[in-house]
Structure formats: structure tokens, C-alpha cells
Design a protein around this ligand. Structure first.
Ligand code: F6P
Length: 367
């Protein structure tokens, strides 16, 4: 039984509202109650791998009041990382090298007893691999996309839905004044939780999500119905990962060194173009919300969940259940093996209640 005294925490992957609330909760519990030391690694684990290392001691003063702030005081990145560290070759090209063993050694030299890694599926895959190499690590899930299956909700999701719902409310007033079709592209690479949640909350007419390949004909039928009923406007929400039945997602390859994901975006413009092509008389406008969905103050739900996760993560360290991730299973916060947590994606279930609710409201889902 080790007596943990020095913790390292890192925030990895895309940022999301609530990260600072987790950091604060970890420090309040670990420093304030157990008198442990907490050190933050700057920009995910990259801080440990830099020369000199980029670390931030986290005492109670450092985290005071940060739970209301968006982003992360530690910085984050979805590039590089211990298993894929970019090294420039003499010809100017880049290769990605595995520095995980070296990172674990560096942590040993720092006297780190345990690590808490706050991040989405990519970051938790890193946690699992580091755990398999012997690192004492606990995962804390985050993502606005709500696409991790092990937890009922990830923090950041509710805040993102608030942002999108607010946008829908605003688009309704201008759309109804101008009798326009408003297409709103939102985040959601592989899961349509944000699009669908905001469609129900905001009263959209169409929601196109990655889980249900769409036919533009269905969208047109819905829009025609609206026009015939004299409503004169429509709100169409499109998740960035949505695709037509006979098409693929609209994505490009990033030029940023070490960036692994495809860059999604453009499906909103494509859908707007298709609608215009079918009914040239309609006035159509496109809004792409982009990173507005990830920024700003976390809503109360996300602050509470993030804080619960932070406290539970420290308790998991104390209990030495390493290789586990904290998760929300209403009304409890539990711990589950990270391996299990990342094995399944949290897609919107086609028979889920949210889908039934959307269909019950006559929201067109494109099928
Ligand atoms: O994972 C959350 C997410 O917001 C996705 O919906 C989006 O595609 C991606 O992050 C964008 O990430 P970034 O611009 O930070 O690379």
C-alpha cells in the first residue's frame, strides 16, 4: 500500500467547459484534505516531455475560483503525446516516436506517485497504454460530444447544448422575420447528442446526426410541409459528422504536425446548397457554430459533474484502483476499468428515448 503524496494531473484532447472545475476539486480534496502535493503538466503530457519540463505546482490558491472559468488553466492539446511525439527529420519531414517509457521515467524522477488524466477517448487510450506500462493512473472523462459509453454524461455536453439551443432561439426570431431556412452546423464527430439535444430543446424542424444517414428528399419534404402550413421558415441542425445515405462525411486532413483527427466541417454548406438547388426560391442562410460550443462558462450541471469527478478521482487514487476511470451512473459516480470504458462508443441509440421524443415532435431526422 503506497501512501500517495505527489499527484500529477493533465488535461488532454480538445478542451471543454468544466475542466477547471475538475482541477479545482482534485486540488481541494488532495491538498486541502490529504495534504498531498499536486503538480499540473502543461499542455497534456507534453509538459513532462519538454526540456525543460513545463509543470505548474497547484496549491489551493492556484485553483481558487477557477470552477467558473471555461478552458483549462493547464492548457491542452490534441497533438503529440507520449506515444506519438513528432521529431523532425533532416529532410524537413516528421516522424512520430514513442516516448512513453521516457515519460514514465521522468515521472519517477519527479517523485510522482500517481497521475490523473482528464480527457476524452483518445486521452483515455493513452491512460490505458501507460497503465499497461506500469503507471499508476486514473482517468477522468470529458468531451462536449458526450460520446463515451461508460458514463451517462460527460461534463461539457450540457454547456454545449445550452450554446446551441441559445443559437436556435436566436435563429428562430430572424428566420421567422425573413421567412428563411436556417441551417445550423454543430459539433459531433461520431455522435449526434449535441444536435439532437438542441433540436428537442430549441424546437428545430430537422436534425441530421451521424447515426442516421440522411436523404435530402426527406429534408425537403419536411421543409415543404412547413412552407405549406404557412410557417414560412425552418431550422435545420446538422451535426458535423452527418452524412448522406449515398455519401461520406465531409472532412479534410489537417496539416498540423501530430494532429491525428480528420478535420470535419462543411456538411452544413452542402445541405444548404442541396436545399437551394431543389427550391431556388427559398432564402437559405448558414451558421457554423464551431468552437463557440466548447468555450465559455460551464453551466451548473457541468460544474457539479466535473467537481464530483475530481473528488472521486482523488478517492480512486487513495484506494489505489489504478487503471480505472471515474464515470457517472445516475445517481452515483463509479469507477470502471479504462479498458472497458473505451471499448464502446456512446452513439445515439436508434431506439433511445431522445430519438423517440424527436420523432414524437415530428422532427425530421433525415431518414
Ligand atoms: O471532440 C470534440 C470536438 O469538439 C469535435 O466535435 C470536433 O470535431 C473536434 O473536437 C474539433 O477539435 P479541434 O478543433 O480542437 O481539433
Amino acid at each position: 500500500m503506497i501512501k500517495t503524496r505527489r499527484l500529477l494531473i493533465a488535461t488532454g484532447g480538445g478542451d471543454c467547459p468544466g475542466l477547471n472545475a475538475v482541477i479545482r476539486a482534485i486540488v481541494k480534496k488532495a491538498v486541502g484534505q490529504y495534504s498531498w502535493e499536486v503538480i499540473g503538466s502543461i499542455n497534456a503530457f507534453n509538459g513532462v516531455l519538454m526540456d525543460p519540463m513545463e509543470l505548474k505546482p497547484l496549491d489551493l490558491a492556484a485553483v481558487s475560483g477557477i470552477h467558473v472559468k471555461g478552458g483549462t488553466i493547464l492548457g491542452t492539446t490534441n497533438r503529440c503525446g507520449p506515444f506519438q511525439w513528432p521529431v523532425e527529420r533532416s529532410d524537413g519531414s516528421w516522424e512520430l516516436v514513442d516516448r512513453s517509457g521516457e515519460m514514465i521515467e521522468r515521472l519517477g524522477r519527479l517523485g510522482i506517485d500517481a497521475v490523473i488524466n482528464i480527457g476524452g477517448d483518445g486521452s483515455q487510450l493513452i491512460s490505458q497504454r501507460l497503465f499497461e506500462q506500469g503507471l499508476n493512473i486514473i482517468g477522468v472523462p470529458k468531451t462536449i460530444d458526450n460520446d463515451l459509453s461508460a458514463t451517462d454524461f460527460t461534463f461539457g455536453y450540457q454547456t454545449a447544448v445550452e450554446v446551441v439551443t441559445d443559437a436556435v432561439d436566436k435563429l428562430v426570431t430572424t428566420a421567422s422575420s425573413h421567412h428563411r431556412i436556417m441551417v445550423l452546423e454543430v459539433m459531433g464527430r461520431d455522435a449526434g447528442w449535441i444536435a439532437l439535444g438542441a433540436a428537442v430543446a430549441g424546437g428545430a424542424d430537422v436534425a441530421l446526426i451521424p447515426e442516421i444517414p440522411y436523404r435530402i428528399g426527406s429534408v425537403m419534404t419536411k421543409i415543404s410541409e412547413r412552407i405549406q402550413r404557412g410557417r414560412g421558415f425552418a431550422i435545420v441542425i446538422v451535426a458535423e459528422g452527418a452524412r448522406a445515405v449515398d455519401g461520406d462525411v465531409i472532412a479534410s486532413q489537417s496539416e498540423e504536425v501530430g494532429y491525428q483527427n480528420k478535420v470535419l466541417g462543411g456538411v452544413g454548406r452542402w445541405v444548404a446548397g442541396q436545399i437551394k438547388e431543389q427550391v431556388p426560391d427559398l432564402e437559405i442562410r448558414l451558421t457554423v457554430l464551431g468552437h463557440l460550443q466548447r468555450g465559455g462558462i460551464p453551466c451548473a450541471f457541468d460544474r457539479i459533474l466535473a467537481t464530483q469527478f475530481g473528488v472521486a478521482a482523488v478517492e480512486a487514487v487513495k484506494a489505489e484502483i489504478f487503471g480505472h476511470m471515474v464515470a457517472y451512473r445516475h445517481p452515483d459516480v463509479v469507477t470502471i476499468p479504462i479498458k472497458e470504458a473505451i471499448s464502446q462508443y456512446n452513439h445515439v441509440g436508434l431506439n433511445s428515448n431522445l430519438i423517440k421524443t424527436a420523432r414524437g415532435l415530428n422532427i425530421c431526422l433525415g431518414d
